[in-house]
Design a binder for this molecule. Structure first.
Ligand code: ATP
Ligand code: MG
Length: 268
């Protein structure tokens, strides 16, 4: 297998290939689950359709997400293997800026993976990581799976939870508990995207650094302005816009009848 450095930078999918390499590396280090590799593939397919860039409407969702985190009483960032592998530094920075807690929350729980993720986050400066081992002692009801373990000091009492790359049943369960859920999901059709309070339809590798920047900027604004940003945001409308964008983009490309010769950067 090629190393990151061996991917020619002029390759039209260079970034995407580097991300794959990063996931494989973290899979080997016990951070990413096998199923996480497949989940990423599903996301990649939608990134292709979006044009592999942050769309205007994702920026609106990012603003709403930052406002929700900054006005929360108990914000929590839920971290799984893929998120830890793809956005380690930004997860830690976002927790600092928004004073959110970090909680490891895995679909495929394993003590080793929890500890590996905790260590990775701590290596990047996290001071406290919830949800590891016996700390996840509370149970919440979840549709379609057994009761999930969460940390009583974290997700259980959170009013706003950021779940980058979450499963639909889990998102629904959190919303049913009355929490505001922020999801980052490339697929506007997924149940996660549909159930969440704020869905950022973007690749986590692009969305997270932008979310940190926007949170840093909005932190200087007063609470009233942040609340207004949040109340003016409608997730359904935002998801419709994302679907329309895919639709229009494909219609345009279909008129040309080819995509092979057009790189994502040339397209605009
Ligand atoms: P749901 O359970 O929400 O209906 P699903 O079952 O189709 O979704 P899962 O396997 O549960 O999908 O979760 C993977 C989700 O994560 C997919 O919706 C995919 O689009 C998204 N995803 C994967 N990689 C990324 C990434 N790098 N950035 C953003 N989203 C991603
Ligand atoms: Mg799912």
């Amino acid at each position: 297998m090629k190393k990151e450095t061996e991917i020619p930078p002029e390759h039209p999918r260079a970034e995407s290939l580097q991300i794959r390499e990063r996931l494989v590396k973290h899979y080997k280090a016990g951070i990413v689950a096998e199923a996480g590799l497949f989940a990423h593939g599903r996301g990649e397919a939608f990134d292709y359709l979006l044009g592999e860039k942050t769309i205007e409407n994702a920026l609106k969702a990012i603003e709403a997400a930052a406002a929700a985190l900054l006005t929360a009483k108990h914000p929590v960032i839920s971290v799984n293997g893929n998120a830890a592998a793809l956005a380690t530094m930004d997860i830690v920075r976002l927790a600092e800026v928004t004073e959110a807690k970090l909680e490891v929350n895995l679909f495929y729980r394993s003590a080793e993976r929890e500890i590996a993720i905790e260590n990775l986050l701590k290596k990047f400066g996290a001071t406290q990581v919830l949800g590891v081992g016996d700390a996840a002692s509370a149970r919440i009801a979840e549709v379609g799976s057994e009761r999930r373990r969460v940390d009583p000091a974290g997700i259980l009492v959170a009013d706003v939870v950021l779940v980058p790359l979450e499963d639909g049943d889990r998102t629904e369960a959190l919303v049913k508990m009355g929490k505001k859920v922020i999801a980052i999901d490339l697929n506007p059709l997924s149940r996660t995207a549909q159930f969440a309070t704020v869905t950022i339809v973007d690749n986590i590798v692009r969305a997270m650094p932008t979310l940190v920047e926007v949170a840093e900027r909005l932190k200087k604004e007063d609470r009233h302005k942040l609340k207004t940003i949040l109340t003016n945001f409608t997730n359904k409308k935002n998801l419709s816009e994302a679907m329309n964008l895919i639709n229009q983009r494909l219609s345009k490309l279909a008129e040309k009848g080819t995509y092979i010769s057009i790189s994502p950067k040339e397209e605009q």
